[in-house]
Design a protein around this ligand. Sequence first.
Ligand SMILES: *Cc1c(COP(=O)(O)O)cnc(C)c1O
Length: 392
Amino acid sequence: MELPLPDRLEKLPPYLFADLRRKIAAARARGVDVISLGIGDPDQPTPDPIIDELCRAARDTSDPDRHRYGCDRPVEAWPQAVCDFYRRRFGVRLGPQQVVTTMGAKDAIAKLALATLNPDELAIAPSPGYPTYNIGHVFAGAVTYYAPLLPQNDFLIDLEAIPAEVRRQAKILWMNYPNNPTTATAPLEFFRRAVEFGRQNDILIAQDNAYSENTYDGYEAPSILQVEGADEVAVEFFSLSKAFCMTGWRVGAVVGAEAAVSALRTVKENIDNGTPRPVQFAAARALSMAEELKPVINSIHQRRRDMVVQALNESGWSIAPPRATIYVWAPVPEKYKGSSAAFATDLLERAGVVVTPGLGYGQWSDGFFRISLTYPDDVIEKAVARIVEAGL
Ligand SMILES: *Cc1c(COP(=O)(O)O)cnc(C)c1O
């Protein structure tokens, strides 16, 4: 059967890692022992108390709805846990109409585009950046304007540099701090300026806070909702995936501006049937134990971060240890400037190590590569030793 793809699939950006993936397969076929540090997906198991709560809720015969659609019978425990957490952690008070349960951040990012953008309308996404902002726009038939994240601006979006015509047309401005892939963090003052920008230009600020709890050295990432009046123009994407080693569980929340939360809820009601109830109970347990669970998980990533940064710095790099996320973002060696893909290919050929070339996240990050800290200590140790030894 011939099945011509619709424009929205044809228009998806080419998968920039496809070429690298082919080269990995070829190297493995030649017998090279390939180690990947490419993917950001925590290797540690989900903490036991969360699993215990999942099992309890799944077996709880006193709840006749336990295996039914999660959307029709909302589990009060999860939105309540999100509200409690936001109050405790950020000092932010959320009303019940300001919270919607999601299947993680990715799901909600794409669906927010469907909830807010008409075909041909404009939305702003950071570059380098998480690809799903643009992919959501493509699915909605909308158009992406890319705002560069540059090292000279500490990888913060240069709001003043966004052209007047773009400000007039754009409906959403995506941001993501702590940032993937650059590991940059944003001070509350930046969020204050972003909220002001949103208010002045009538643009919804969509802050992806997927890494707010993956922080080190005592750093605490802010919520954009800490800015006074932010809940009129901003929504925040909160997820348990990275902080609690729960990427496979598919649970999160979008909080903030009621109009956007409500539009997203409408899309979800028409497309998905909600996160499984036992997962919502387990997620509530995770947040209620956040203060206990976070230090354990973060200390693992912090130890690996230190291993990577120390080894690279001893061999000529000068990387400041990131205060957040589960990555190290490093410049490619001088002779590879402007070709992170060539660096990644040579590293694979000469060291059998896979890193993510900056180019995969957009043209402005071609001078960088990303290492993920979600691999066992001994794997990271071996890979970094090989990178150093290859001497590229
Ligand atoms: C991993 C990641 C997500 C997706 O997280 P889920 O909650 O698992 O969907 C969203 N945004 C960024 C920047 C990420 O790195």
